[in-house]
Structure formats: C-alpha cells, structure tokens
Design a protein around this ligand. Structure first.
Ligand SMILES: Cc1cc2nc3c(=O)[nH]c(=O)nc-3n(C[C@H](O)[C@H](O)[C@H](O)COP(=O)(O)OP(=O)(O)OC[C@H]3O[C@@H](n4cnc5c(N)ncnc54)[C@H](O)[C@@H]3O)c2cc1C
Length: 476
C-alpha cells in the first residue's frame, strides 16, 4: 500500500471542492491534520465568536472526514512558528511522505507556509501549496504596468475577462478510502479563551457550522433573495444578503461553489443577466480583490496604510469616544444600533460596517486600526484581508479610497437605508416607542425619560475637522 499523504486543513474546513484535499487523495490514502494555534490567534486579535465557530467547523469536518475513512489528527500549538516541527513529527509518526495545503495570503500565514515548505525540503519529504480560495492566484492579474491592482474596477474587469470554466470547475471530492491503521484523535476541548471582554461566543444556533449549513444558506439565498439582492442589500432591516461571510472566511463553502450556483441561477452568466445575481457576484470579486491586495501590498499586513501619505493623519486620542463607539452609545442611533448588532450577533450588515467605520475614522478622527481590531475581535466572519480593506476604504487610507471628502452623514444614511426605523427599533429598544421618523435623530424633548445619550459630536463640526485633517496631508 502507498504511504499516506498529509492534508493540512486551515481556513478550508470542507471536504467538497477542496483543491489540496483532491490533490492529496490522488496521491495516496489521506491523513488529515489540524493545528490549533489558540494563543497565536488570540494574540492576533481573533475573538471568541470566530474561534468558537472555527472549533465547531473543525468538529463538522472531523465527522465528514470520518465518512471518507480519513483520520483527522489534532495538535495544539502556541505559535505558528512551531508548525514545521509539528508537521514533520506527524509525517514521521504516520510514515507520510507528502503534505498538501491550500494557500492563505496574509503575510504571517505566507511566512509560516514558507517555513513549512523549507523544513520539508530539507528532508526528503514534499510540501505542496495550492491556490484554492481565489480564482486567480495573487499576482496572476496585473495592470498594464505589471503591478498588482490597487483599484477594484479594473481588477474586476480583468477578472471577468480572463476567467475560464476551468478556474471555476469544482474540485473532485475524494471517494471513501480503505481504513488506515491510524486512528483519528479525539476532538480537542472547546477553546479556552483568555480574553475577558469578548470571551462568551454568541449562541451556536446563530451560526451553525459546517458544510451542510453553508450549502443550505447558499441554496436558500439564491432561491429566495438572490434576484432581489441589488435592491435589498443596503437595507439592514431586510435580510437581503447571503450571510455566507463566516462560511467563506473559514472555507466551509468555497467561492467556486458560490459562483457555480450563481452561474446556474443566472443562465450561465456572471457579468450580465439578472442584476441581483450580477451584483452578488461582484461582491465575491471584491473578496478576491482584497486577498490579492493583502498579498501584493504586504505593508497592509504590517498595520500600515495602503496610501503611505495618510500615515501622517493626526488621529485623535479619545478613549471616551472610542468606548462610546464600542458600546453603541454615540447618540447617533444608526451607529449605535449597528455596534449593538455586532456585539450581540458577531455580524454586522455591510452598509452599517461602512457607516460605523466612517464614523469612527472621520467623525471621531480615531485611528482606523482601533476599529479594525474591535471588529476582528467580535466578527464571526473576521477575516484579515476584507476587514483591513473595508476599514482602509472607510478611512480613505486604502485602495479605491473613498475620496476623503465623502463623509457619510449618519442621520441621512439612517433615513435612507432604514426609512421606517425598523432596524433602529430592533437594536435600540429605548427608542422603539418613538415615532418611526423621529428615531433617526431623536429630538431631546422626546428623550426626557429615555436613557439615550445626546450625540457625542456635531456632524458638521466633526466633518469639518476631518476635512481639515485630510487637507493638511501632503501626498506622496
Ligand atoms: C469596515 C468593514 C469591515 C469588514 N470586515 C469584513 C470581515 O472581517 N470579513 C468579511 O468577510 N467581510 C468583511 N467586510 C465586507 C462585508 O461587509 C461582508 O463580507 C458582508 O457584510 C458579509 O455579509 P454577507 O455574507 O451577507 O455578504 P453578501 O452581500 O451576501 O456578499 C457575498 C460575499 O462576498 C464577500 N463580500 C461582500 N462584500 C465584501 C466586501 N466589501 N469586501 C470583501 N468581501 C466582500 C463576502 O465573502 C460575502 O459573504 C467588511 C466591510 C467593511 C466596510
């Protein structure tokens, strides 16, 4: 019998349409490996919601692998730096000669994988990385000058132009294999979290983990909401989006599975046809764009602004303002409702992510990196590339930077995207009794007996302050 082949699962927690798993299974009987690096992830700011979702995703994967006769071995590490030795030890224990994994693109993850590849190369073992999470490997799509794209629209055009059926073809799921003499490890206990403020994950029923749950969400989204996506996606009171982000972030579903389903629903087209489905596909291209950005502009992985000259911005040191923003107590109802949704559910609607991020970075002129970290700590879909990209977009320090003078007025955003105040009433029960139209900017006399703070900044004055700060920059 041929020697076993190791498949190292990371943020690709699925057995279907998994490039590295398919490659490993072609080479020999597979032994799956999962390295849990809790202290490392916590040091990097991941909070209870994502860690809990990940743990439940690994449990679902464990079960799915069992059905294929693939044992899953677990190891606990303190740091990514221990990965090469841990994997070599598993190779020795199991007699495996080869390792497969799917690439992750942020800097630390790349360095970890390079160290693993070097350690395997130094022996007579092989380690092979596969591009799986994206249709194009970072660097495959470049501008006419040969650079990585720093602007979305030309990236998306190039993505559509060069896309082939092969790039989206689903990878083969391994057939069940004969049992190996290697037993699966028991599942590790749930993560013990040292982080005291975000240490209780939201109830598991909010985000059931695993491939089946993800496939079910995709199917229901496309059946009931996909065609209305463009019209509904900006209204947080409507469940108009797919809510697949946590599943995509941890690979419980692949972008190919999503795009194939959209293709089927849209008569074989991605860039034209039903406006709702086309708009949804565009968001999946945004996701890929930010993966390329994280790879091509590694300064963003070092907490640096994409646009270097914006490093000079005079961010304000405002602990009280930051605390009010985190707690949903800014006195701007749409900002507060959104922040409370985030903390209570581990998720926030995209329109609200833009509004709250812009409020922190522009109205309060607080460094976007603090907001980025707070989001990562609470989001169940917390994902470096999209989170960093979204924050830098809102703060006008990033790719496709929102021109710095575009500063959302939270009140008019609220009136426009929650016209009946439904979302506000759901998350701010103290304002629910107010007439719907008054919830966006409650008059003080209506709040006499209501425990809700006055606005912590005046919109016009805050806007002027942010504009001054940006005007003071010298561009590079
Ligand atoms: C400040 C800020 C922070 C963000 N942080 C994250 C994050 O940590 N993780 C994350 O997955 N997304 C992040 N986003 C992007 C976006 O808000 C979420 O992906 C989206 O709200 C998830 O909801 P959905 O699954 O219903 O999306 P849908 O509207 O159904 O979109 C489908 C998928 O496309 C991807 N996507 C959608 N919009 C974007 C976008 N703007 N950028 C990149 N990918 C996108 C997601 O994978 C999403 O699941 C952030 C956006 C902003 C403005």
């Amino acid at each position: 019998m041929s020697s076993p082949v190791l498949m190292w699962f990371r943020s690709d927690l699925r057995i279907h349409d998994n490039t590295a798993l398919a490659a490993a299974a072609r080479q020999g009987p597979v032994v799956a490996v999962y390295l849990r690096c809790l202290p490392h992830w916590q040091r990097h700011g991941h909070g209870a919601n994502k860690l809990d979702f990940r743990a439940r995703g690994v449990a679902a994967l464990h079960e799915a692998l069992e059905g294929l006769g693939i044992p899953l071995l677990h190891r606990e590490l303190d740091d990514f730096a221990e990965a090469p030795q841990a994997l070599l030890a598993i190779a020795r224990e199991t007699g495996a000669r080869a390792l497969h994994f799917n690439h992750e693109y942020p800097l630390d993850e790349q360095r970890r994988d390079q160290a693993v590849a070097a350690a395997f190369d130094a022996t007579d073992l092989t380690a092979t990385g596969h591009h799986d999470a994206v249709a194009f490997a970072p660097g495959e799509l470049r501008t006419g000058k040969g650079d990585y794209y720093g602007v979305f629209t030309p990236f998306a055009k190039s993505w559509h132009r060069q896309l082939t059926a092969e790039r989206l073809a689903l990878r083969e799921t391994p057939a069940p294999q004969a049992p190996l003499s290697i037993n699966a490890d028991p599942l590790p206990p749930p993560p013990e979290l040292s982080d005291k403020t975000a240490d209780t994950p939201v109830p598991a029923r909010f985000w059931p983990a695993g491939e089946a749950a993800a496939a079910d969400r995709l199917e229901r989204f496309l059946r009931f909401r996909g065609r209305y996506y463009q019209r509904q996606r900006d209204f947080p009171a409507i469940r108009g989006t797919s809510e697949l982000s946590p599943y995509l972030a941890l690979g419980m579903i692949s972008h190919r599975q999503c795009l194939q389903a959209a293709l089927t629903e849209n008569d074989g087209a991605l860039a034209e046809g039903d406006a709702g489905l086309v708009a949804w596909v565009n968001e999946l291209v945004w996701r890929e764009f930010y993966q390329h950005v994280a790879h091509g502009f590694p300064q963003v992985c070092r907490h640096r602004a994409f646009q270097a000259h914006t490093e000079q911005l005079p961010w304000r040191d405002d602990e009280a303002g930051f605390a009010a923003w985190c707690a949903g107590q800014t006195g701007y109802p749409i900002v507060d409702a959104a922040m409370r949704q985030l903390v209570a559910t581990g998720w926030m609607h995209n329109r609200l992510r833009m509004i709250t991020a812009m409020f922190l970075s522009k109205h309060l002129l607080i460094d976007w990196r603090l907001g980025e970290a707070f989001f990562l700590r609470h989001l169940v879909d917390g994902e470096f590339a999209a989170n960093n990209g979204g924050w830098q977009w809102a703060a006008s320090t990033g790719t496709d930077a929102a021109p710095y003078f575009r500063i959302f007025n939270p009140t008019t955003q609220s009136q426009r995207f929650d016209p009946n105040g439904t979302f506000l009433a759901e998350w701010l029960p103290e304002l629910a009794e107010l007439p719907a139209k008054a919830r966006h900017d409650p008059p003080r006399d209506l709040l006499a007996d209501v425990d809700y703070p006055p606005p912590i900044v005046d919109h016009k004055a805050a806007r002027a302050r942010a504009l001054d700060a940006f005007k003071g920059l010298t561009s590079d």
